[in-house]
Design a protein around this ligand. Structure first.
Ligand code: IPD
Ligand code: CA
Ligand code: CA
Length: 266
């Protein structure tokens, strides 16, 4: 592997360690679906335990770094220069339903820029990783975004809206509008893997509203290093951890922007 920063090595090791118990948990989901207690508690404990292992491993190496996580919140608030951004399980709903489309996602941010990141699907044994300036990889192979030239031929992926979303109608009508202009649209249920899949050319583009920073942090560097373009649109300065994202190969990026951003301005 050509990635060599201490941070990427630490993230990779932490993900490998955390994944062992996660794989075991996943194997038990089927039994839990029929238990009277139901799988809800079990899933949140899988989330929390995975996160705990990740935090412990990362802190062993750099105890002073800031951490933003989905389950715990912010750790070492005063360090905003060096931060780990963690989503212990991205794609919880899939995990819960025994669908192997979920991942551990960890990014390292320095001076407000993601420098390296890992998205690891332990069931498929697919580790996507990248480091600024040194390329993006799936396991040991270099990855690149697709070469699709026209938006009408593009296979896109999206997600949402969440149950509690206040803009469900807007998201659904956007989905309809975009679907009419492209080859097809998928919803796979893991923002991190959606981005990783654009990075390796399985999808040509991805857009989604109402995400959190930890959903996409690692994906940002992976996609950029794979030659992809990313826009965060309609951002709210009051809520820096909330993100609307649009990401694709370079050929279709401006057309995709027009479809999503311009349509909403009109
Ligand atoms: C969710 C997934 C999903 C996206 C949701 C996220 P979680 O993360 O990324 O694809 O549509 O907006 O919250 O809850 O599984 O970590
Ligand atoms: Ca999560
Ligand atoms: Ca998530």
């Amino acid at each position: 592997m050509r990635l060599n920063s201490p941070q990427i090595n630490i993230i990779t090791k932490a993900c490998m360690k955390a994944s062992k118990l996660l794989i075991r948990d996943y194997g038990e989901i089927e039994n839990l679906q029929v238990s009277t207690k139901g799988p809800g508690d079990f899933v949140s404990s899988a989330d929390k335990r995975t996160e705990k292992i990740l935090i412990e491993e990362l802190q062993k190496a750099y105890p002073d770094y800031g951490i933003i996580t989905e389950e715990t919140g912010v750790i070492n608030k005063s360090n905003i220069k060096n931060r780990w951004i963690i989503d212990p399980i991205d794609g919880t709903m899939n995990f819960l339903n025994g669908i192997p489309q979920f991942a551990i996602s960890v990014g390292y941010e320095e001076e407000n820029e993601i420098k390296c990141g890992v998205i690891f699907n332990p069931i498929m044994n697919e580790m996507f990783c990248a480091e600024k300036g040194n390329g993006a990889y799936l396991n040991n192979s270099r990855i690149r975004v697709s070469n699709k030239k026209k938006i009408k031929d593009a296979l896109l992926v999206t997600g949402g809206p969440k149950q509690a979303s206040k803009i469900k109608d807007k998201i659904f009508s956007e989905y309809i509008n975009v679907s009419k202009q492209v080859s097809n649209v998928r919803k796979f249920g893991s923002a991190a893997l959606d981005m990783a899949y654009v990075a390796c050319g399985r999808f040509d583009g991805y857009w989604q509203r109402e995400l959190n920073y930890w959903d996409v942090a690692a994906g940002i560097v992976i996609l950029k290093e794979a030659g992809g373009f990313i826009d965060f649109f309609e951002s709210d300065d009051e809520a820096p951890l909330k993100k609307n994202i649009l990401a694709s190969n370079s050929n279709i990026h401006s057309e995709l922007r027009e479809l999503i951003i311009k349509k909403n301005i009109e």
